[in-house]
Ligand binder design. Structure first.
Ligand code: GRG
Length: 304
C-alpha cells in the first residue's frame, strides 16, 4: 500500500479493496477440483466483510517499518499475513454459524455457508481455509526466523488457548452467569486473540523492535476487547439489516455479554476507557502509528 499520507477513510477503502483482490487471487479457483468446495471457500471469504483484521496487519506494518528496509518484500509479506488472518477469521465465522454452534442463517448480509451450500461443505470449507492460511505465511518473503514467529503466533492465537478455546468457553457458558473477569477472559480468547494476532503479525513482518512490539501488544489488548464490547452493544442497539447478521441473538440465546453484565452505560464507559488505553499504548511508536490510532476510533465507533 502507498505510504503517501491520505485520509483514513480513503486508506481504509483502498486497503479493503486491495485485500479483497489479494484474497481473490490466492484462493483456489472454482475451475479447479473439488470445485464445489472451492466455491464454498470463496463464498465464505469474499463476502462483504469489514476487513478490520487485514487493515490492522497493514497499519501495524506501516507503524513498524524501518526507514530504508526492503519495503517491496515486506509489503508482499504483509499482503500474505493480512490474507492469512482473514482466512482464519472467515473459517471461524463459517463454523460459528453451524447448527451445532450458533445456528445462524445470515452472515455478511447473505445466507450462511451451510445454508447456501450444506453443512458438510461448510465444515470442510472452514477446515480447508485453516491450512491455506499457514501456507500463505510460509510463503512470506522475509527472514525465516520471522516466518516461524508468525506461524507460531497465528497457530497459538487460533488454538485452544486462543480463539477456539474462547469459543469452547462461550458454548459452555450459555444460560450461566459469568463474573466480569471470566467474561473478559473468554472474549480476550474468542475475539481478542485474532485481533491481537493481526496487530502483532504486522509488527513481526515489518521487523518491529522490542519497544514497538510492547506498544503494539498493549494497543492490541485494548482494541481486541473494545471490538467485543462494541459487538455486544450492537447486538442490543443495532438492527439486522445494518449488521448483516441476526441482531438480538445474545439475549435470545441467554449468553452473558458486557451489556448483560455491566449494562449499556457501563459498557460504553468501558469502551471509552479502552479507546484511551489504545491511544496511550501507541505513544512510543510516534506519528507512523496514525493508522492504528484511527483504526481504534473506527472500531469503537463502528455501526456494523
Ligand atoms: C468456531 C473456532 C470457532 C470460533 C468462532 C469469531 C468467533 C469464534 C465467533 C463469531 C461470533 C461473534 C459474532 C463474535 C463477536 C466478534 C466477532 C468476531 C464478530 C465478527 O467479526 P467482524 O465484525 O466480521 O469483523 P466481518 O464480517 O466484518 O469480517
Amino acid at each position: 500500500m502507498s505510504t503517501v499520507q491520505i485520509a483514513f477513510d480513503q486508506w481504509l477503502r483502498e486497503t479493503v479493496e486491495h485485500t479483497e483482490s489479494v484474497l481473490d487471487e490466492l484462493l483456489p479457483g472454482v475451475d479447479e477440483e473439488p470445485s464445489r468446495l472451492h466455491e464454498a471457500m470463496r463464498y465464505a471469504v469474499l463476502g462483504p466483510g469489514k476487513r478490520v483484521r487485514a487493515a490492522l496487519v497493514h497499519a501495524a506494518g506501516e507503524a513498524s517499518l524501518q526507514a530504508g528496509s526492503a519495503a517491496m518484500a515486506q509489503e508482499l509479506a504483509l499482503d500474505y499475513a493480512a490474507a492469512a488472518v482473514e482466512l482464519i477469521h472467515a473459517y471461524s465465522l463459517v463454523h460459528d454459524d453451524l447448527p451445532c454452534m450458533d445456528d445462524d442463517d445470515l452472515r455478511r448480509g447473505r445466507p450462511t455457508v451451510h445454508r447456501r451450500f450444506d453443512e458438510a461443505l461448510a465444515m470442510l470449507a472452514g477446515d480447508a481455509l485453516q491450512p491455506l492460511a499457514f501456507d500463505l505465511l510460509a510463503q512470506m518473503p522475509i527472514a525465516p526466523a520471522l516466518v516461524v514467529q508468525a506461524v507460531q503466533l497465528l497457530a497459538r492465537s487460533a488454538g485452544s488457548l486462543g480463539m477456539a478455546g474462547g469459543q469452547a468457553i462461550d458454548c459452555a457458558s450459555v444460560g450461566h452467569d459469568l463474573p466480569v473477569e471470566e467474561l473478559q477472559r473468554m472474549h480476550r480468547m474468542k475475539t481478542g486473540a485474532m485481533l491481537e494476532a493481526s496487530v502483532l503479525l504486522g509488527g513481526i513482518v515489518a521487523g518491529a523492535g522490542s519497544t514497538a512490539r510492547e506498544g503494539l501488544q498493549a494497543y492490541a489488548g485494548a482494541i481486541g476487547l473494545a471490538f467485543q464490547v462494541v459487538d455486544d452493544i450492537l447486538d442490543v442497539t443495532g438492527d439486522t439489516a445494518t449488521l448483516g447478521k441476526t441482531a438480538g441473538k445474545d439475549a435470545a440465546s441467554a449468553k452473558p455479554t458486557y451489556v448483560s453484565v455491566m449494562g449499556l452505560e457501563g459498557s460504553r464507559a468501558l469502551l471509552e476507557a479502552l479507546r484511551g488505553q489504545a491511544h496511550e499504548a501507541l505513544r512510543p511508536l510516534g506519528p507512523a502509528a496514525c493508522r492504528l490510532r484511527d483504526l481504534a476510533d473506527f472500531i469503537v465507533g463502528r455501526s456494523r
